[in-house]
Ligand binder design. Structure first.
Ligand SMILES: Cc1ncc(COP(=O)(O)O)c(C=O)c1O
Length: 374
């Protein structure tokens, strides 16, 4: 049987990882400034993570959501404490798209409305509503194009206030640092104005923190740079360091009812032990602080490269926009300098390394990047 061929692949077979490095099947080492697409938060094969998951699978890999799973409450307690959202409620699922589906569904249950505002260039996933709020007609199938969504420019508060004033908007969904959209940041003034307008018109504010959250921006959540609290926060990627997991943080103004949401695999024992290990390491190794420090250094240094048109980002979520397509630069980085990076569109290189990237590794990346551009 063939695989359904939807991914353009590099001819590299990665078989091993440790910290911020991965190795292919020929023993070649690579510096990982991509983190498997912002997924690896605490680094590859962290010993505590390996131990926690190994012990759990030997004990109990899975049982259903019809019985008590104390690990879920432990994730909630720890996440509440570390993120500053102790008063919120947690619903666990398996992926980012699923987190956004549930967030949008909750918003619609809450105010009975069906209209959504989303940002130009936004990416929120590939399923039903998650893809409909994604601003890319190429991946919205006719069955997903149901006219729920208006896309508006980032940071243009009057445009958002005008739509919200119509009084029929169910939810706003927004990435405080757009990932796929090319590392574009909201301003605090915009988010504060948006928060006020959402309150005024009873619209639910959803922050998609699937890529920019979980410490990546140098704060636990990227919206925490803007001084607002969303009604719903969606998470995935870094939460399980590669173990498939997603989460929805839900403000106390939402009241749960039996059967309102549900999932077979969400919050299973293995996923929860992965999440607890990740939270342990984030706290013990001060990875949020590390992302802020090493990210600020990288941003400063990258801004000195005359070849780059613009450097944008916060913490370890960095975009470098070039005048010309970056395909060749990225290939050189990978095949000659042995560095994994990401892209956005044709002209932006994205850096999404594990949050444990050290200053030495950042310097090593800059050295290899300089070689590539010379
Ligand atoms: C901001 C954002 N939201 C949602 C998603 C979808 O997550 P998943 O691929 O886990 O469904 C992604 C994935 O890249 C993302 O970057």
């Amino acid at each position: 049987m063939n695989l359904y061929d939807v991914y353009p692949l590099f001819d590299i077979n990665i078989v091993k990882g440790k910290g911020c490095h991965v190795w292919d099947d020929k023993g070649q080492e690579y510096l990982d400034l991509y983190g498997g697409h912002a997924v690896i938060s605490i680094g590859h094969a962290h010993p505590h993570y390996v131990e926690m998951i190994s012990n759990q699978v030997a004990q109990l890999g899975f049982y259903s959501n019809s019985v008590i799973n104390k690990l879920q409450q432990e994730v909630a307690n720890r996440l509440g404490e570390q993120s500053g959202y102790d008063d919120y409620q947690l619903f666990l699922i398996n992926s980012g798209a699923e987190a956004n589906e549930n967030a949008l569904k909750l918003a619609s249950f809450y105010n009975g409305r069906t209209r959504i505002l989303s940002v130009e260039k936004a990416f929120h996933g590939r399923t039903s509503l998650a893809v409909e709020v994604t601003h890319n007609p190429k991946i919205i199938a006719p069955i997903n194009a149901n006219g729920h969504v208006t896309y508006l420019p980032i940071n243009d508060l009057p445009a958002w206030e005008k739509e919200l004033a119509k009084g029929d908007v169910c939810a706003v969904i927004i990435e405080c640092i757009q990932g796929v959209g090319g590392i574009r940041l909201v301003t605090p003034e915009f988010m504060q104005g948006l928060r006020a307008a959402c309150d005024k018109y009873n619209t639910v504010l959803i922050c998609d923190e699937i890529q920019c959250g979980y410490g990546r921006s140098g704060k636990f959540f990227a919206h925490q740079h803007t001084g607002i609290r969303p009604d719903i926060i969606t998470m995935a990627k870094g939460i399980g360091n590669g173990f498939p997991m997603g989460g929805v943080l839900i403000s106390p103004k939402f009241t749960p009812e039996y059967g309102q949401l549900g999932t077979t695999f969400g919050g299973n024992h293995l996923a929860c032990s992965a999440a607890i290990a990740v939270l342990d390491v984030i706290k013990q190794d001060k990875l949020v602080e590390n992302a802020a420090k090493v990210g600020a250094y990288l941003l400063d240094e990258l801004k000195k490269f005359p070849q780059i048109k613009e450097v944008r980002g916060q913490g370890l979520m960095i975009g470098m926009e070039f005048e010309q397509p970056i395909k060749d630069i990225r290939r050189k980085l990978l095949f000659e300098q042995k560095v994994f990076t990401g892209v956005s569109g044709t002209n932006v290189i994205r850096l999404l390394p594990p949050l444990c990237l050290s200053m030495e590794e950042a310097k090593e990346f800059l050295k290899r990047f300089k070689e590539t551009l010379s």
